[in-house]
Design a binder for this molecule. Structure first.
Ligand SMILES: [Zn+2]
Ligand SMILES: [Zn+2]
Length: 476
């Protein structure tokens, strides 16, 4: 579910619709090049109420008749914005094992499979009240949201505070990491789930609180102020009791406001290349890399890797996050290429005897946008399994970073190392599978590197160790 944010150009006030993940863009009306800040933080949005008097009246009559009240008079109507946490990410699940039928028949059929599914869920960020909606479901996906604006929301109604902290939201999101799998047929020897690249935002959803009176009988009907449907009916006494409980709750986390900054290289002033999704942008003129942090572009250092083979065409550079790692297994620490090759003996063409067997182990996570989580894992596996011996040019201005920017943030890439680690374990190696259940992977260092590729038919082939990536799976 990709949210659409309805906003206004800070220069010319024109109405703009932005996709949630929009990075730099040009205003179609005044041409300003703009970048909305806070993409990596917790953003807040709200949905405006949409009053449909006919629907509202029908909903009220039905809600009251269900509790046996007729011909009541509406004596109050107010709007309340209730905050919901939204978590979006990808859940990965590795399963190793054997099929049960094969165990019976004596011909063991081994399983090594990775599955991934996207996580997109919402749950209440307020407490004390029961407004009848535990989750927003698909509601935010079909409507346009606006960036949180306390002044505007306060004009429309009451804004409930966030009382479920970011940490509590993270703990709760942990339960969403299980990828569904019909595994009754599998006798598993290793089963690992991870929630990766999770991003949090807060969506304020509008409710109407209608007070209806018939003689001495006062009821409070809660309505979804977008669909104009009733979600709860309370007696006034019951409602007041909830309001009393909610009073003692503190406001919780502070959140940064979204601002627009110029989408330009801060050093040379040129527009950064238009790109709707990337997080790190390469200036085509001075070749510096930029990432927005705390409302301004900060420089990110990177290395360019020199090609080993003579490329069969012009070079295209693709970004990778490179992590220097150390693996702690039950009875040994693996932190040299030599130990790594012995621990993970894969049959791979392109893996030659290392010239520096005591060199460090690097995990390579592709940082460009790849169109499926399984392909991301596969591309990361290709470089990591081989451990290409690279010369990193310290002079980052040596080669132009033709190709896309950096889509994957370093935190998400760091989380991916665990998924890639398991991709190095073969289905028949039960001893290693057992070790992996308790193995820990320490990231000692990381850097951003641009690897040279060239086009070859349907593939992009790297000019270092010759692995291929299907062109259709990569956005460059
Ligand atoms: Zn404009
Ligand atoms: Zn520049």
């Amino acid at each position: 579910m990709d949210l659409i944010i309805s906003t206004n150009c800070p220069q010319c006030s024109a109405d703009l619709d932005l996709a949630e993940e929009t990075g730099g863009f040009h205003c179609a009306y005044c041409g300003s090049s703009l970048y909305p800040t806070g993409r990596q933080g917790v953003r807040r949005y709200y949905l405006a109420p949409r009053e449909d008097p006919a629907r509202l009246e029908k909903a009220l009559v039905q809600a009251l008749s269900r509790v046996g009240v007729r011909r009541a008079q509406m004596t109050g109507l107010k709007t309340v914005f209730a905050p919901y946490w939204r978590v979006k990410g990808t859940a990965y699940r590795w399963i190793f094992g054997k099929t049960r039928s094969s165990i019976k028949s004596g011909e063991a059929k081994m399983i090594k499979e990775l599955k991934a599914s996207s996580v997109d869920s919402t749950f209440a960020a307020f407490s004390g009240y029961d407004l009848g909606l535990t989750t927003l479901g698909v509601r935010p996906g079909v409507l346009k949201l606006r960036f949180f604006d306390l002044k505007e929301m306060g004009r429309l109604g009451v804004v409930l505070p966030v009382s479920v902290s970011h940490q509590q939201a993270k703990d709760r999101a942990e339960s969403t990491r299980w990828v569904e799998w019909d595994d009754a047929e599998i006798k598993t020897s290793l089963d690992v789930s991870e929630l990766i690249g999770e991003r949090y935002s807060v969506i304020y959803f509008p409710f109407y609180l209608a007070t209806l009176t018939q003689g001495e009988d006062h009821r409070v009907v809660i309505l979804d102020a977008v669909a104009n449907e009733a979600s709860q009916v309370y007696t006034l006494a019951k409602w007041n009791e909830q309001a009393r409980q909610a009073k003692g709750i503190t406001a919780g986390d502070g959140f940064p406001e979204v601002q627009y900054i110029p989408f330009k290289c801060p050093v040379c002033g040129w527009d950064l290349p238009p790109n709707s999704v990337d997080l790190i942008h390469f200036c085509r003129v001075c070749r510096r890399a930029w990432e927005e942090t705390a409302g301004r572009f900060q420089e990110v250092s990177y290395h360019t890797v020199s090609p080993k083979a003579t490329p069969e065409g012009p070079l295209i550079y693709l970004p990778y996050w490179v992590f220097k790692v150390s693996l702690v297994l039950a009875d040994q620490t693996v932190d040299t290429i030599d130990q790594f090759y012995r621990t993970f003996p894969l049959v791979i063409t392109g893996r030659s005897k290392p010239t520096t067997p005591t060199g460090p182990i690097y995990f390579h996570i592709p940082a460009m946008k790849i169109n499926s989580p399984l392909r991301l894992s596969k591309v990361a596996h290709a470089f990591t399994a081989i451990q290409p011996e690279c010369r990193f040019d310290s002079d980052q201005t040596g080669l132009p970073p033709a190709g896309g920017g950096v889509f994957l943030d370093r935190r998400e890439a760091g989380q991916m190392t665990r998924i890639v680690l398991l991709s190095l374990v073969t289905e028949g190696n039960h001893r290693l599978q057992k070790e992996m259940a308790t193995a820990t992977l320490h990231v000692l260092d990381h850097h951003l590197a641009l690897y040279p590729f060239f086009e070859q038919g349907l593939y992009l082939r790297d000019a270092v160790c010759g692995t291929g990536i299907e062109k259709r799976g990569v956005f460059t």
